[in-house]
Every structure is written in structure tokens, then in C-alpha cells.
Design a protein around this ligand. Structure first.
Ligand SMILES: [Zn+2]
Length: 209
């Protein structure tokens, strides 16, 4: 007599490119299908499987995200006109299409948008600063900074321009460390450079010579 048993297992899959949940589920199903085809020598036969849920592993920050920003000011506070319909099964609005009209809440006007990859298109930079006659300047050598600034910026976009997504000024050392931690949560894949003068030899990147 043959017995069917159902085994509940958790499988971890590594994705090399960004993808949405529907694509992820279909790729996972394809891969499990290939795995179960290869089980004929183990004494049991997997006759069926179903993927009941997928979730992003919390330790997995390797997949970089795409950020959509205003092409004029760099803000992520942007809106798009869209068309949605009500899905009675899920009890949620389902997005159908996004129209060309885009709006920036910071510029308070219509705008065009840019898509930037977090790992290759963004950078977090923190600076140790010294007050001087002209206002302020970057620390030199091992000078002790008097205050700290931090920006989240794009790499050069079309036309060589660099856009700033966030800017934080006049922080003390504790505040800039907190800000760096906050930005690491918001942009976990973005490279970080700290130009603090006193951080030579630490794990962080420092001012290129
Ligand atoms: Zn804008």
C-alpha cells in the first residue's frame, strides 16, 4: 500500500536580479519542479508540490532596489496619476496603469522622473566640517570637525548632473552617527563614504587622495 505524506519545508532561493513577488513565485515553482524531477533515486517520489507563501528573508539586503526621483530636484516625494479597479476577492484596489503625468510635491509642479538603482546610482556621503570666514569647509587631515553634514545623492545622471535626495546639516557626532544608521535602513545597498578626518583606518571609506 502506498502512503502519501505532506512535508512542510522552508526553502531559500537566491535571486541575482530585482524581481516582483509574482515573478519570484513563478521562478521558485520552476526551480522546485526541476528539483523534484531529480528525486527518483531516493526511495520516495515527490508527486506534487504547491508554493503556499513566499517572503523576503530579513537578512537578505543583497537585492538592490530601484528608486524613482524627481528629475529636477531629486526628491522621492513624487506622485503619478493612475487607474485602479476594486478587487472584491482581495478587498484591495488593484493598479492597472500609470499615466504619463507625474508630479513632484517639493517642486509643486509637473515633472519628469528618473529611475536610479540604489547600489549603483546612489551614494550616502557624510562630511566633517569646520567653520571658516567663507562659512564652512571640509575638514583637512586629522582636524576635529566642528559639525557634520550628510547627503544622499545620485551618481552623475544624464547631462552629468548630480541630484540630492536628502540633505542634513549642522549635526554633532552623535546625530550624524544616528543619521548614518537611519540612512543605512532606508538605503541598505547604497555605498557610504565618510569624510571625517579622524576616521582613517576605520571600516569606512575615506576621502580619496
Ligand atoms: Zn522636484
Amino acid at each position: 500500500m502506498k502512503t502519501n505524506i505532506i512535508a512542510h519545508v522552508a526553502l531559500t532561493f537566491e535571486f541575482s536580479a530585482p524581481s516582483g513577488p509574482a515573478d519570484q513565485r513563478s521562478m521558485v515553482e520552476d526551480d522546485i519542479g526541476r528539483l523534484t524531477d531529480a528525486d527518483s533515486t531516493s526511495g520516495v517520489a515527490c508527486t506534487d508540490f504547491s508554493v503556499t507563501s513566499i517572503e523576503t528573508a530579513t537578512q537578505n539586503s543583497a537585492v538592490s532596489r530601484t528608486h524613482v526621483i524627481c528629475a529636477t530636484c531629486g526628491s522621492e516625494n513624487v506622485r503619478a496619476d493612475a487607474y485602479a479597479s476594486w478587487d472584491a476577492d482581495t478587498g484591495e484596489w488593484v493598479l492597472h496603469s500609470i499615466y504619463d503625468e507625474k508630479f513632484c510635491e517639493v517642486c509643486e509642479t509637473s515633472t519628469s522622473l528618473l529611475e536610479v538603482d540604489e547600489a549603483t546610482g546612489l551614494e550616502v556621503q557624510a562630511f566633517g566640517m569646520i567653520y571658516c570666514d567663507d562659512g564652512a569647509r571640509l575638514v583637512q587631515g586629522r582636524e576635529q570637525p566642528e559639525f557634520y553634514d550628510l547627503i544622499v545623492k545620485t551618481m552623475a545622471v544624464a547631462g552629468g548632473e548630480i541630484l540630492t535626495l536628502h540633505e542634513f546639516d549642522d549635526m554633532n557626532r552623535l546625530e550624524v552617527e544616528k543619521c548614518l544608521a537611519d540612512m543605512a535602513m532606508l538605503y541598505p545597498s547604497a555605498p557610504v563614504s565618510c569624510f571625517f578626518g579622524d576616521l582613517v583606518g576605520s571600516g569606512r571609506t575615506n576621502l580619496p587622495s
